[in-house]
Design a protein around this ligand. Structure first.
Ligand code: AMP
Length: 286
């Protein structure tokens, strides 16, 4: 497995692969990799001849009061995990390689980025769309892999690819969880033992919401009320939002009469955690 820190090196490697007629899968990450990321890399390795994993803590997707400086990093461990999972190239640029001095060109999106996490993180999705666009231009992947864990991000990336006619297939992958149900996240490492125990309430609350839907409840108010009720039973949990939205447009729905995303953001102490599920009649996803 190769590690590259420059755009030029990645470009020349990918050109060589394409010359040989090989397909390329891309897994964008911010590192501190866990089994969630690993599932994306493994799937990319199954579905493509070559796999590029980017490990880049993207400064422009963090707001001024967010955790850019403290975001966990362990590049050596990340490389070991990438190699054993089937990655061929890890792209690990410095911020200055991605954002030259006087950088001032961004990819921005209306509507889908305004609600849910976008409401409290106003620059986040502009940063995500910009870095993912850059990665697509650098790697020119046939397929790119994103976790359902960040459901709004997945919907935003799919929309960006459609709206800007980008020639890449976006593959959404299911949420990988801890045995007790907590969605795996690099940020779980911020939790104290007591907070870690409390954090299980996110998946428990969503399970109750999903059960109500499965039993035929269709009122968004009723379903979000059930989820909120479970969250409020945990004293350490402070819900930021609990919403039921259309899975394609991310607009709030009153009635779950189409594929819907139930999404929550909750603070456990100072750590902000997100989780979600998608519900559609018939075969469910995730
Ligand atoms: P991050 O490093 O947090 O930016 O995540 C990189 C990619 O891994 C994103 O597409 C995430 O949605 C995905 N991911 C993170 N955690 C999980 C998880 N628990 N299950 C599945 N995918 C995940």
């Amino acid at each position: 497995m190769k590690v590259s820190t420059t755009i030029a090196e990645v470009r020349s490697q990918v050109k060589e692969w394409k010359r040989q007629g090989l397909s390329v899968g891309l897994v964008p990450t911010m590192g501190y990799l866990h089994e969630g990321h690993q599932s994306l890399i493994a799937r990319a390795a199954r579905e493509n001849d070559r796999v590029v994993v980017s490990v880049f803590v993207n400064p422009i997707q963090f707001g001024p009061s967010e955790d850019l400086e403290s975001y966990p990093r362990d590049f050596e461990r990340d490389c070991t995990l990438c190699e054993k999972t089937g990655a061929d190239l890890v792209f690990h640029p410095e911020a200055s390689e991605m954002y030259a001095e006087n950088f001032c060109t961004y990819v921005d999106m209306d509507r889908l980025t305004k609600g849910l996490c976008g409401a409290s993180r106003p620059v986040h999705f502009r940063g995500v769309c910009t870095v993912v666009s850059k990665l697509f231009h650098i790697v020119t992947p046939d397929r790119a892999y994103f976790g359902q864990k960040d459901a709004q991000q997945l919907a935003v990336i799919k929309r960006m690819v459609r709206d800007l006619s980008m020639d890449v297939e976006i593959v959404g992958c299911p949420i990988i969880r801890e045995p007790d149900g907590l969605a795996k996240s690099s940020r779980n490492t911020y939790l104290s033992p007591q907070e870690r125990r409390a954090a299980v309430v996110l998946s428990q609350a969503l399970a109750e919401g999903r059960k109500a839907l499965a039993e035929g409840e269709r009122s968004a108010q009723a379903i979000t009320g059930i989820i909120r009720g479970v969250l409020e039973s945990e004293p350490l949990a402070q819900p930021e939002y609990v919403e039921l939205v259309d899975w394609e447009t991310l607009e709030p729905v009153e009635t779950a009469d189409r594929p819907v995303l139930a999404a929550i953001a909750v603070r456990i102490g100072t750590t902000r955690l997100i989780d979600n599920f998608v519900f559609e009649e018939g075969p469910e996803c995730n």
